[in-house]
Design a protein around this ligand. Structure first.
Ligand code: SF4
Length: 219
């Protein structure tokens, strides 16, 4: 049984695949936070801005087989040119994503991308793996296509500590904290963007990535 919070067709907003059309498949649950505000302060990861609780989002639900979910996702891809692309995200998709589901996506013609916190093993067959490490959450994955570090994370080691991971791309994504009052959010975001920019200027191996979907106002 696969539990999906929501699924929708959009543009990938971040990283090396930014601007690419994709169906986002958001899996329910995460291993680093319950998703409840009452637990945020004590969660391993406490800056999350995503609702991944339950199955009540658009096109969400429970799917009894891998093919049932893959066909559901395929139904969200428009009949158009270009190779279909699904981004498995969450929550933490590796709590549920397995080889049968990856095979089912491939059978439906999809290239499979995954966005994970990197704390769980990844099944074989993933076409594009993005690891986003979280402070205090030991990494299990040491190889990926892109490493995307939310920056600055107060308790995380500096970005260069992650350079032993075998990645084709290293990105810094400025932290946009959901825990600050609304009227201070822009100032915090600006300050963090400046810090990430300065880091990339001083360490050219790292590239800045912004949440383009939020800038242009899409999901
Ligand atoms: S690991 Fe990702 S999904 Fe889980 S709480 Fe943190 S930001 Fe949210």
């Amino acid at each position: 049984m696969y539990r999906i919070k929501e699924a929708f067709y959009t543009l990938q907003g971040e990283g090396a695949q930014a601007g690419r059309a994709a169906v986002f498949c958001r899996f329910s649950k995460c291993n680093l936070w319950s998703g409840r505000e009452t637990d945020r302060a004590t969660a391993v990861c406490n800056f999350c801005d995503t609702d991944f609780v339950g199955i009540d989002g658009q096109n969400g639900g429970k799917f009894g087989t891998a093919m049932a979910l893959a066909e559901h996702i395929a139904g969200l891809w428009p009949q158009a040119s270009g190779r279909p692309y699904v981004v498995c995200t969450g929550g933490e998709p590796l709590l549920q994503l397995d080889e049968p589901l990856i095979s089912a996506f491939h059978e439906c013609g999809f290239e499979v991308g995954v966005e994970t916190n990197g704390t769980l093993p990844a099944p074989a067959g993933i076409d594009w793996l993005c690891v986003s490490p979280k402070a205090n959450a030991p990494l299990v994955l040491d190889e990926c296509d892109e490493l995307k570090l939310v920056f600055p994370q107060p308790l995380a080691p500096p970005p260069e500590a992650f350079e032993n991971i075998r990645a084709r791309h290293f990105f810094l994504s400025p932290m946009a904290s959901p825990t600050v009052p609304g009227n201070q959010e822009d100032a915090v975001k600006q300050s963090n963007t400046r810090k990430a920019t300065d880091y990339c200027l001083a360490h050219p191996r790292w590239r800045l990535t912004l949440q383009m979907h939020k800038i242009i106002g899409i999901d």
